[in-house]
Design a protein around this ligand. Structure first.
Ligand SMILES: [Zn+2]
Length: 82
């Protein structure tokens, strides 16, 4: 199972034109994520664990949010007196 995504010259993900059949017996047997019918959580399994990529993305988002809340940032929210 490839963990790396193919990217084009603009760093966009290149999707496979024809995703693999989720019911392929060898893919189902090799995949620890889905049941014997190729179903995971009620949906067809793509037999790819995206948990690591999701974890990296979440960490990157949190890092960006923390960077915006530095102690040197003294801007106050605007108030609108009536
Ligand atoms: Zn699967």
């Amino acid at each position: 199972m490839p963990d790396e995504m193919r990217l084009d010259e603009n760093s966009r993900v290149i999707l496979d034109p024809q995703p693999p059949d989720h019911r392929h017996p060898q893919a189902i047997q090799a995949c620890p994520l889905c049941d014997t019918e190729g179903i995971r959580g009620g949906f067809p399994c793509h037999h790819t664990d995206h948990a690591a990529a999701a974890k990296r993305g979440k960490a990157a988002c949190i890092a960006q949010l923390k960077a915006k809340r530095t102690p040197t940032d003294t801007t106050q929210p605007e108030t609108h007196p009536q």
